[in-house]
Write a protein that binds this ligand. Structure first.
Ligand code: ZN
Length: 381
């Protein structure tokens, strides 16, 4: 699937790229050592693109002991994620952009394609070079800015002008470096919902597509506001990591949110899922007492796509777009999100029977084979 269904094909991978996709490819050429993977009982999907992961950990909102750990390589690879974007979270004091960048470089060395957002929840946003624009232009891994928080008691309560200025810097930084310069927006459960983004789009020259608000399934009200935002031309992102308590108190499961949006005529190319992996996820009992602190789970990304297919009856070739071609397009990653000759060889082989992830290839390297991680992070056992 490209993500559109291509039928039964052979795929040739060489030098980290997809060299050819043909009905049959003869690999019996003398002198070449070719590893053949039989996918006749499988679907071959583009490697998953996760547009928001707290790769260095997040949280800390219950004190220092509640800071979540950094992610491991296999947290991504076993979940089929071959491209991801790291971000700081609520805490941009004890978490830093140099640390984020170093972790992204490590994941890249280990075979993934990892990018980052410069900036932070709070305004003035943190930067490496003292400018959002310069960070995006000069530092390869930085493709945008975020998560900048709005409608949240933890945000800096940004004004229209403050938000427009950040978006303008990111936009021009992106233009000058051939990147998206996207502005990832953390949306809280505050009263303003997405209003300030509409205001920037209506009252300045910044287009609505510069913004990429996430956590849109946090509540039914925000989901409805998200539908309006997407109908106005904007992109919206649903968060797949959740808890039973969150779902019981108003959060909408991503797969159900996707169904709602499609039923309300939101074009699918404006919708994405991200895992919010390694964010802290407080879990409460029925009386609102903190039970435990969980960690955002990267494997929820594809699980919600599976649920969209199995429980919501959305076609796999449609549902899969929200974690492949759609985020790749929004993030400006031209080599990602589609199986096509010349693109990076990122693919996920899933069982045709139950959609279990079996084999994951990232930049032409087999990371997971038959469900087992064959490449592990430096300190993973
Ligand atoms: Zn967030």
């Amino acid at each position: 699937m490209s993500p559109a269904a291509l039928g039964k094909k052979d795929v040739l991978i060489t030098g980290g790229k997809i060299a050819a996709i043909e009905n049959t490819i003869d690999v019996s050429i003398r002198g070449f050592d070719v590893d053949v993977i039989d996918g006749s009982e499988h679907f071959l999907l583009p490697g998953f693109v996760d547009s928001l992961v707290h790769i260095t950990g997040g949280g800390g909102e219950g004190g220092f002991t509640t800071r979540t750990p950094e992610m491991n390589l296999t947290d991504a690879t076993k979940a089929g994620i071959t491209t991801l974007v790291g971000a700081l979270g609520t805490d941009a004091t004890t978490r830093s952009l140099p640390d984020l960048l170093a972790k992204a470089k490590a994941l890249n060395e280990q075979g993934l394609s990892c990018y980052c957002y410069t900036g932070s929840y709070q305004i003035p946003v943190r930067t490496l070079t003292s400018s959002v624009m310069d960070d995006i232009i000069l530092i390869n891994e930085f493709i945008g800015v975020g998560e900048v928080a709005i409608s949240d008691h933890r945000s800096s309560q940004p004004t229209l002008n403050e938000l427009a200025k950040i978006a303008a810097e990111a936009r021009v930084g992106g233009m000058l470096s051939g990147k998206s310069g996207i502005v990832s927006i953390h949306t809280g459960d505050g009263r303003g919902l997405l209003d300030i983004l509409h205001q920037v789009a209506n009252e300045t020259d910044i287009p609505i597509t510069q913004f990429y608000p996430t956590h849109i399934n946090r509540s039914r009200k925000l989901l409805e506001a998200g539908a309006t935002f997407a109908q106005a031309g904007g992109y919206i992102d649903l968060t797949t990591s959740t808890t039973k308590h969150a779902l019981a108190t108003g959060e909408v499961k991503s797969s159900q949110g996707l169904k709602y949006l499609l039923d309300n005529d939101v074009p699918i190319n404006r919708i994405t899922f991200s895992s919010d992996g390694h964010a802290s996820l407080p879990d409460f009992d029925d009386n609102g007492r903190l039970l435990q602190l969980l960690v955002g789970d990267e494997s929820s990304l594809f699980q919600e796509v599976k649920d969209a297919v199995v429980e919501q009856n959305i076609d796999l070739e449609e549902a899969i777009k929200v974690i492949t071609s759609n985020p790749a397009d929004i993030l400006g990653l031209k080599q990602k999100g589609r199986l096509a000759p010349g693109n990076d060889a990122d693919c996920v082989l899933v069982s045709r029977e139950n959609l279990e992830i079996e084999t994951v290839i990232s930049n032409g390297r087999i990371m997971v084979r038959d469900g087992d991680a064959v490449i592990k992070g430096q300190f993973e056992s």
